[in-house]
Ligand binder design. Structure first.
Ligand SMILES: [Zn+2]
Ligand SMILES: [Zn+2]
Ligand SMILES: [Zn+2]
Length: 197
């Protein structure tokens, strides 16, 4: 799905660089470059023909295009420090919520995603969070009353061997797989000895 920024950039390109977003023009350019390769056409002439008008477009765009400010997506999460509705921002690890009254108020919050699976410890809501390093983990929304926390996504399914909840585990690369959340469980012990032999 195209992002809002992508849409804005495309629009700016179409308005200010009519040539380079024109398919007939870019196809013609490709042909001319093929001629350079195959027929030994003078590349400097080809580039000069392109760059002359392009340079003018660039100058024009530099004058016409104002600094683009993305409209802020306002959330229904209230900043507990100043009472403002927090807004969505893009950070290094994806979207997060920030107080619109920055820099007076520096409050930020991660965006929490709720799982449909109930908390294995208290039956409450499990949310996906991100650690400071950007890794996702799962925790109970009733924290600190409930201390359920897991790197692996909890599943509703229960282990046939020990009855503990199952998780969707993942190696750094590769497909997710199901395993028992209980490290003492025989199913996990077996895998460990398998790996050793
Ligand atoms: Zn605030
Ligand atoms: Zn819980
Ligand atoms: Zn088990």
């Amino acid at each position: 799905m195209p992002t809002e920024l992508g849409g804005i950039v495309t629009e700016l390109m179409a308005d200010n660089f009519t040539d380079i977003v024109d398919i007939a023009f870019t196809a013609g350019m490709e042909e001319k470059l093929d001629d350079v390769e195959q027929d030994g056409t003078d590349w400097k002439k080809v580039i000069r023909e392109f760059y002359g008008p392009f340079e003018k477009d660039l100058e024009q765009a530099d004058k016409n295009i104002e600094h683009v400010k993305l409209p802020e997506k306002v959330s229904d999460v209230i900043c507990e420090k100043c009472g403002a509705n927090m807004v969505h921002k893009m950070g290094r690890f994806g979207e997060f919520l920030a107080c619109p009254n920055y820099p007076e108020c520096k409050n930020t919050k991660p965006i929490v995603q709720e799982l449909s699976v109930p908390c294995p410890k208290c039956g409450g809501v499990v949310v996906m969070k991100r650690s400071k390093k950007g890794n996702s983990f799962y925790g109970c929304a009733n924290y600190p009353e409930c201390d359920f926390v897991s790197w692996d996504k909890p599943l509703e399914e229960k282990c046939e061997t020990c009855g503990a909840y199952m998780v969707e585990a993942k190696y750094k690369w590769g497909k997710p797989f199901k395993k028992c959340s209980n490290p003492e469980c025989a199913t996990n012990q077996k895998k460990k000895t398998d790996a050793k032999s």
